[in-house]
Ligand binder design. Structure first.
Ligand code: ATP
Length: 636
């Protein structure tokens, strides 16, 4: 992890509480270090852009005062000379400001993408078990906002640019005001009146700035609260919005006529919260008061500068110069306060990002390599394993002890919800036992490096998903596709003829959401998922309801091939199609999270118990039909 990212998250503040200057400064330093690490020149460009951009408006202010003074004095050549200077400097500074700004924006976007990349990278590393929790998804969402969305680094850099620009603008204004003070003290006959007027003006400004910054702080708090409260609403709106483009849900939406229902839900999600509306109303009021106060201060400024001018201390040109400089000072300060508040409050999101990036990878932290064995001798043992899903009171698996003997073919059967898939998830380390342990060749599987451990499994889950990518890349799970191997596994699952008919063959894009592609039928997709498992060629093959979508001939073909393919491997089939379990060496029956029976088909079918019930329930439909019994026979 880069050093800049190792800072401790320490500004978890109570909701609505302002961040003090010291903390804001510390957070800013951390943020700057983080940005510099991801894009080294971004901060240098930030400072340069702010310094130059802030100077641009002062050119016309300064030169128009000079020009006016020369014109009043009848010195036309000098006035013209100043016009040329003004145009020249304005062009140079204006262009430099634009060029710097462009470069800054480019670097800002680059660093933003790099930081977002880290969120994605981290999200991929999170244990699957954690990913199933709603709070983890929220955490990722917040971290993503901290890196990309409303609370993101891009916006933070934009506000920092505004803050610094206003800061430089104030410095330039103060330089002019200092000159004014020097002029008053050196040229005024009686400086009591100008000095007291200026003191009065500063007092007015102090009050305006104090009220203005408090109001800006409140506006910032409201904005952040609205964003914080809106994380779920945004996600829900995003979800419903995406349903409009979803091919997967498109059929159901149309056939169940869910359009009005979904639109209502969308409206409700937006309006019921009233978050945006409330925020907009309050923000409008606050901005109104700030504008009123700023205008009041502007009027006072002209009055005071007018008084000083009437004394003859400064000329007409200077009246414009100083009045504008002081006004710039005020507007810069109010904007600076607003940017400060946005910057300070956005650290909450950035800290969510930090907290997320720093979270440990818990169960994936084992380091032992898994011995590479050509003989596939991987021995898995469940030792009194129980498992309860996070937040659930029911135990999904209870005290499972099981030896996955080498190169044996197992079938796992049981009623819906019996715990079959959970058993596989634990075996593949997608969840960790709540009690007990799982061993690979005698060693607790948590001790192995996760990426090495999962190498030994080829799994097709019941709810498998193919990616919207080219078919070949789907099979290889990589951009490097071994075409020959890919075609061989497609042949084995009976999909090669279909692929041969595709114009782009293995390069054919799957799905429609990621560019023009083809839609596979349910059975074809299942064959492709099985082909992906075969391509991986791991020593343990697990198929969870592998043939549910296949036609009987395809199913028979797959089983025939599978017997051959898994001959030297350990395999587990989960199936509700009892006939397909007959060919396995051992059948394991799950019920209510426990293993209740084990044996061969002949043993279990002949004794009273759940297996017999399940078998009988299916077999009765075939009993009176010799053809169908024949069909079952052919499949097994
Ligand atoms: N992510 C989850 N969070 C909470 N409970 C879950 C989760 N996944 C599964 N369960 C619950 O755990 C129990 C076992 O589920 P599991 O998916 O292992 O059953 P199964 O035997 O594979 O069922 P099926 O035959 O229907 O596929 C069920 O009661 C299920 O509702």
């Amino acid at each position: 992890m880069p050093r800049c990212l190792k800072f401790k998250v320490n500004i978890i503040r109570k909701e609505g509480k302002s961040m003090n200057l010291k903390t804001a400064w510390q957070e800013t330093c951390k943020f700057i270090r983080m940005m510099q690490k991801s894009e080294p020149h971004v901060i240098a460009y930030l400072i340069l852009t702010a310094a130059i951009t802030a100077a641009v408006p002062f050119l016309p202010i300064y030169f128009s005062a000079q020009i006016l003074n020369f014109l009043i004095a009848g010195q036309f050549p000098q006035a013209m000379q100043n016009v040329y200077w003004m145009i020249g400097f304005s062009v140079i500074l204006g262009l430099s400001s634009k060029a710097l700004n462009q470069r800054f924006l480019k670097l800002r976007d680059l660093s933003k993408y790099k930081i977002r990349q880290r969120v994605l990278e981290k999200a991929y590393q999170i244990e699957y078990e954690e990913l199933e929790k709603a709070e983890t998804i929220d955490e990722i969402r917040k971290a993503d906002q901290g890196s990309n969305g409303g609370g993101g680094t891009g916006e933070q850099l934009r506000d920092l640019l505004q803050f610094l620009t206003m800061f430089f603008s104030m410095l330039y204004s103060l330089a002019f005001v200092s000159v004014l003070l020097v002029q008053i003290f050196t040229q005024a006959q009686d400086y009591w009146l100008p000095v007291s007027s200026l003191i009065f003006l500063f007092a007015v400004y102090a009050v305006v700035i104090m009220i203005g910054s408090r109001l800006s702080a409140k506006a910032g708090r409201l904005l952040q609260k609205m964003k914080r409260d809106n994380v779920h609403n945004n996600a829900m709106c995003g979800y419903i919005g995406n349903l409009g483009m979803s091919i997967q849900n498109g059929k159901d939406i149309r056939l169940y006529q869910m359009e009005d229902f979904l639109m209502e839900l969308f409206d409700k999600t937006l309006i019921s919260s009233r978050l945006y509306i409330d925020w907009g109303t309050n923000n409008g009021k606050i901005n109104g008061v700030i504008t009123f106060l700023t205008q009041l201060a502007s009027g006072m400024t002209y009055l005071v500068i007018g008084i000083i001018a009437m004394q003859g201390t400064i000329g007409i040109g200077e009246v414009m110069l100083y009045a504008n400089a002081i006004l710039r000072f005020t507007t810069s300060l109010v904007t600076l306060a607003a940017s400060y508040n946005n910057i300070a409050y956005r650290y909450e999101y950035l800290n969510s990002y930090e907290a997320f990036i720093q979270r440990p990878n818990m169960s994936y932290e084992g380091t032992l390599p898994v011995e590479k064995r050509d003989d596939g001798e991987y021995h898995l043992t469940f030792d009194h394993v129980s498992y309860r899903y996070p937040g659930q009171s029911e135990t999904a698996l209870k005290d499972i002890s099981f030896d996955l003997e080498l190169k044996k073919h197992f079938a796992v059967v049981g009623r819906n919800g019996a715990g079959k898939t959970t058993f596989i998830k634990l075996m593949c380390r997608l969840a960790e036992p709540t009690e007990g342990r799982i061993l690979l060749n005698g060693i607790d599987i948590r001790k192995y490096a996760f990426e090495e451990y999962v190498q030994i499994f080829s799994v097709v889950f019941q709810d498998f998903k193919l990616m919207e990518m080219p078919l070949g890349e789907n099979l290889a799970a990589s951009a490097n596709v071994d075409d020959q191997k890919a075609m061989r596994v497609l042949e084995e699952v009976g999909l090669s003829a279909r692929v041969a008919g595709m114009d782009k063959g293995l390069k054919t894009q799957l799905g429609k959401e990621n560019g023009e592609g083809i839609l596979l039928s349910g059975g074809e997709a299942q064959k492709a998922a099985i082909a992906r498992a075969l391509y991986k060629d791991a020593p343990v093959v697990i198929l969870d309801e592998p043939t549910a979508a296949l036609d009987p001939l395809a199913e028979a073909e797959i089983y025939e091939n599978f017997n051959e393919l898994v001959k030297d491997k350990t395999s587990i089939f989960i199936s509700h199609r009892m006939s397909s379990c007959k060919f396995c060496d051992e059948i394991v029956v799950f019920d209510h999270g426990q293993i209740v029976q084990r044996g061969t088909h002949d043993q279990l079918a002949g004794q009273p118990g759940l297996y017999q019930e399940l078998w009988e329930a299916q077999a009765q439909y075939y009993r009176h039909s010799p053809q169908t019994m024949e069909m079952i026979g052919s499949q097994v």
